[in-house]
Each structure stands twice: as structure tokens, then as C-alpha cells.
Design a protein around this ligand. Structure first.
Ligand SMILES: C[S@@+](CC[C@H](N)C(=O)[O-])C[C@H]1O[C@@H](n2cnc3c(N)ncnc32)[C@H](O)[C@@H]1O
Length: 262
């Protein structure tokens, strides 16, 4: 099995696990111990892009824009780059690109990527304004092109699914499977996808208990989640909330739980 160099994600996805990679990577079993690696709530798929290759790999997300972007980067990269080549970080384009009927799939994927890159926190809801050095917002076509090229190479042989998570677990479960699950936070206020309710987390817990494969889960730290996963191995971590305004939120941090079966 080839180890791979980490690939940089192209989406700035809210709730993305880039800041937890140091904690998460050692918990992914090596390819010799898990033949099938499945990232069930992929978003920017940052863990898949960073870890070594497994012989079977699956990324899944309910968001069809993410899946279409990955598919187009995989199969139509030159056309996607050509479409992106005239984009600039423009507030007017950001608004216009929200809903434009009659586009090709490549045009839709390019507009989705632009709106993600230039929006506040990657949420796609409002145009981001950044003044600080390295503020992160803006549209660097050269950098995007390099990242898409890296993703095209890394997605070779990866299965890209667009399923509700239950179907994904059902399809890919086996004693040799490993699932990384990073569902939406309970009660989160992220605009790019719907928050979960505590009942959703309870349903997920029940489903995880029936898996034959191994799993690794990240959830928001709350008394309910601590209780729900009280019999598992739970590691609390604090991360910086990149979406919080540091002027108005002195403590721009939040807690997450890294959970594995006991
Ligand atoms: C916290 S984000 C994942 C972030 C990702 N780990 C990363 O590093 O970028 C949660 C993702 O779950 C997806 N999602 C929400 N409900 C889902 C469901 N029922 N089945 C599959 N995916 C779902 C959302 O579209 C969103 O992209």
C-alpha cells in the first residue's frame, strides 16, 4: 500500500476538522488493519486527504454540491479550471451565483466553489470581508488550481457517494471497515447544512452499536453527548472557532469530543 503525501482541501468547510488532524490521524488504523476506509460526513474530506491510502476508500456527503465538485474535479478538471479562470472575488457575483438556472454541471460546480471560498467562514451565506494579513478570503486561482489538481490525483480509485449516512454505513460495513463520522453539531448555527437534534445523535449511537467495523466519531461537547457516549473512550478537546469574531467573542473557542468504542 502506498503512503501518500497529504493533499490540501479546496473547500473551506464549516465544522471542518483541519484543526483536529493532529489528534485524529493517529486514531485511523493503518491500511494493514482496515481494508475499507469510509468518511461518512465528508465535507471538505480533510482526513481522507491527509491520511495514507487504504485499499478501498469512500467519501460520502448528503450535500450534492460537494459531491458534484469532487466528481467534476475528478473527471473534468481542465474544463473546471477554464470555468474558474475568469472568476474574481466579487460581491455581485457572489449574490448572482446563488441561483442561476440553465447552467451546466461544470458551471454549477465552479460557482459553488467560488461562493464557498469567498463567503464568511466558508458558510456560503454572506460575502466575507477580511482586512487582516492572511485573512483567508479572496480567490487565488493559481492556488485553487493546484489544490484541485492534487484532489484529482488523490481521488483516483476513491468512491464518492451522495447517500444519507445510514445507507452509507449499511453499504460499506464489514469487519475490515473503518468509519470516520463527523456529523453536524447538535443545535449548531452553520448555514451550509442543517444542524442536528439530540434525537439524531441518539439514532446514530444506536446505529454505531450495530456496526461490524471500527469507528471514530467527533461531536460537539455537551452534557447530553457526554452521557450518550459515556461508555465509550471519550477525549474532550478545545478548538478555536474560526468563524467567531474575535472583537465580540473574547473566548472564541468551543469544545468537541473525540469518541471511539470502548
Ligand atoms: C461537520 S460537517 C463535516 C466536516 C468534515 N469532517 C470536514 O473536515 O470538512 C458535517 C457534514 O455532514 C453532512 N451531512 C449532514 N447530514 C447528513 C446525513 N444525514 N448523511 C450524510 N451527510 C450528512 C453535511 O452536508 C456536512 O457536510
Amino acid at each position: 500500500m502506498n503512503a501518500t503525501q497529504p493533499t490540501k482541501p479546496v473547500l473551506r468547510w464549516p465544522g471542518g476538522k483541519r484543526r483536529l488532524l493532529k489528534e485524529l490521524l493517529p486514531l485511523v488504523p493503518p491500511p494493514s488493519e482496515a481494508h475499507c476506509y469510509c468518511e461518512v460526513f465528508a465535507g471538505s474530506a480533510v482526513l481522507l486527504l491527509t491520511k495514507p491510502r487504504h485499499s478501498t476508500e469512500v467519501v460520502n456527503d448528503l450535500n450534492s454540491d460537494i459531491v458534484a465538485l469532487m466528481r467534476n474535479a475528478h473527471h473534468h478538471l481542465p474544463a473546471l479550471l477554464e470555468e474558474l479562470s475568469w472568476f474574481i472575488a466579487s460581491r455581485q457575483d457572489f449574490q448572482d451565483f446563488k441561483a442561476q438556472p440553465g447552467l451546466t454541471e461544470i458551471q454549477r460546480a465552479a460557482r459553488f466553489l467560488l461562493r464557498n471560498r469567498v463567503s464568511f467562514g466558508g458558510g456560503g451565506a454572506s460575502f466575507g470581508v477580511a482586512k487582516a494579513k492572511g485573512g483567508g478570503v479572496g480567490f487565488d486561482r493559481d492556488e485553487i488550481g493546484e489544490r484541485l489538481e492534487g484532489i484529482r490525483r488523490r481521488l483516483n480509485k476513491v468512491v464518492v457517494e451522495n447517500l444519507p449516512y445510514e445507507r452509507c454505513l449499511q453499504n460499506y460495513d464489514s469487519p475490515n471497515s473503518f468509519f470516520f463520522l463527523d456529523p453536524p453539531y447538535v443545535g449548531g448555527d452553520i448555514k451550509a447544512y442543517s444542524p442536528w437534534k439530540q434525537e439524531d445523535m441518539v439514532t446514530l449511537r444506536t446505529r454505531l452499536d450495530r456496526l461490524q467495523g471500527r469507528w471514530l466519531l467527533t461531536v460537539n461537547d455537551s452534557p447530553d453527548n457526554r452521557k450518550l457516549f459515556g461508555d465509550c473512550r471519550v477525549r474532550p478537546v478545545t478548538t478555536r472557532n474560526l468563524r467567531a469574531n474575535k472583537r465580540t467573542h473574547a473566548d472564541a473557542t468551543f469544545g468537541e469530543l473525540i469518541i471511539q468504542p470502548a
